[in-house]
Structures are given as C-alpha cells and as structure tokens.
Design a protein around this ligand. Structure first.
Ligand code: 8Y7
Length: 288
C-alpha cells in the first residue's frame, strides 16, 4: 500500500495513471471556464476508463520545453484540482518540481507529488514531507530544455539505481517515510533509445528497498526512434512496453491512452497470474 496525503493506494496489482495536461495547448481556446470544464470532463472520462491516479501537470517537461513561472503554473493547475478532487475517488497527483505548487496542490486536494526533479529543488524535501503526500521520485539527467542533446552514460542502470538510493536516503532523512515513495527511471528524460531499452530490460533489478516502480512511455520519442512513427501513432509500441513492464514487476503505468492501457495491464496481469515466465517442470535443467 502506498501512503498518500489522506488515503492509501493499493498497489498489490498494477494500476494506470492517466495524464491530464493543463498547458494552454492541451485544450480549446474558449477561455478559462471552458478549459476548466474540458479538463474536468477528460479526467472523469479517464476515471471511467479505469485510471486509478489522475496526474495533473501545468508545466510541459517535454524535451526542449521552456520553464513556466510559479504563478502561471498555479493558475493552470489549482482550479482543476479544486474542481476535480470532490468529484473523483481516485487520488490526484500533481506533476511539478516547485515546492509552492506542491503545497497548494495538496491543499486543493492532490494526494501524490509526481516530481521529475525528484525533490532536488531547494525546499522541496521539506515541503513534500509536510504535505503528507506520496512522492514519485523520477530520474532525469540534465534539465528538460537540454536533456536530449546527446546524453551519455557509462552504465545507465547502475547510474539510475545509485540515483534512486541517494534520493531515497535524502527523503528518509527529511522525514518522508518509505511507505510514501515510488521510483521511476524517467524514460526519455536525458536518455537515448539504448538507455531507455536498457532501463526497461532491467526493471526487475532497478528498484531500491523494493519500492514500487512507475513507468511512463506514452507517446514518447523512443517509439519515433524504434518505429519511425509520429506522436499519435505510438500506442501499439507503448502497449507492448506496458505488457513487458507489468510482467517485469512495474506497479504504475503512466499514459495518455487510458482505455487501451488498462486493457493491456489486465492481459499482462492475467498472464502473470497464470505463471508467465515460470518454467514448466521438466523445462529447465539438463535438457535431456
Ligand atoms: C513522465 C512524467 C512526463 C514519466 C513520471 C511525457 C511528467 C513527458 N513523463 N512523470 N512526466 N514519469 N513520473 O511525454 O515518464 O509525458 S512528461
């Protein structure tokens, strides 16, 4: 169970996190009330489709994206969280790296902090502790504006695992208990295709202290590199990774495409429960 600000999230079976971007380019241009209405409708739809977390984000962290101001980020996300929290049972996560946005979002009803900067901003550890929210600690090499300019690693799996161990220690020292923590290798965040694939292949060994892992590959450029597909033709690729990640033990899958991803997770869970990957008796050993 994951301890959230005022609830527990059952992760004994993997769950889907639905992405709710509230950046100006995500919804229509019909003014703030219409945008709010559309955002709430999409969130309710994702819950209907089986999302068990709604991830609200007001700052694009896509490669090359420019940062937004704290005030602008608050203006985008707080009204959405206030409108949504009383209307859904599933926890809301706030996708931010800014302490003040974390605090106000949890005040408005968010239960989880999803920080691509893993609480490395000044004051973030202390603020996160005080909110009582669960925290997703994501690995990112560099910062969004420049992270995809030829990132290099000696051993990406060792580097990400060491980063997890360091950030988990920092959280524990700051008073954030381990029952509040989720880890995420940050697919596409300062990584080339080979790094993303190495991390996905290492899922069974990637965690520290057996903390739950979150994987986000939805629409990401690794499928551009692998398949030559544009952003809206990457669902099949992402579902393939989803099945592999769930079989390997991932506990949260972050996606824009909730309905299809919930189906893929169900299939993967059924295969896993049927013994997928466990050799049949007589199928291992001497080969006689
Ligand atoms: C991830 C994420 C994004 C991810 C976590 C996108 C905010 C880029 N990706 N958070 N956020 N993990 N925890 O393409 O992989 O959705 S934004």
């Amino acid at each position: 169970m994951l301890r959230c600000a005022s609830c527990w999230l059952d992760l004994s079976q993997p769950v889907v996190m639905g992405v709710l971007n509230v950046t100006p380019d995500s919804f229509s241009d019909g003014g703030q009330f219409q945008r709010l209405d559309e955002a709430v409708r999409r969130a309710l739809e994702m819950v209907e489709e089986g999302a068990r977390i709604i991830d609200v984000g007001g700052e694009s962290t896509r490669p090359g994206a420019e940062p937004v101001s704290e005030d602008e980020e608050l203006r985008r996300v707080i009204p959405v969280i206030e409108a949504l929290a009383p209307r859904i049972e599933v926890p809301i996560s706030i996708d931010t790296s800014k302490p003040r946005v974390m605090a106000e979002a949890v005040n408005a009803g968010a239960q989880i902090i999803n920080d691509v900067y893993a609480l490395r901003a000044p004051g973030a550890l202390e603020t996160a502790r005080e909110t009582g929210a669960a925290v997703c600690l994501m690995h990112m090499k560099g910062e969004p504006r420049t992270m995809q300019l030829d990132p290099q690693y000696d051993d990406v799996v060792a580097e990400v695992t060491a980063f997890f161990a360091e950030r988990v220690s920092a959280c524990i020292e700051a008073g954030i208990t381990s029952d509040r923590l989720v880890l995420d290798p940050g697919i596409g965040f300062g990584k080339q295709l080979q790094h993303n694939l190495a991390l996905l292949a290492a899922i069974p060994a990637l965690s520290v202290q057996r903390l739950p892992l979150l994987i986000g590959v939805s629409r990401k450029s690794m499928f551009g590199a692998l398949l030559g597909r544009p952003v809206h033709e990457r669902l099949a690729g992402a579902l393939a990774v989803t099945v592999a990640a769930v079989l390997a033990g991932a506990k949260i899958v972050r996606t824009h495409d909730v309905r299809a991803t919930v189906d893929a997770v169900k299939v993967a869970v059924a295969l896993k429960n049927a013994g997928y990957g466990i050799p049949m008796s007589g199928d291992s050993g001497s080969g006689a």
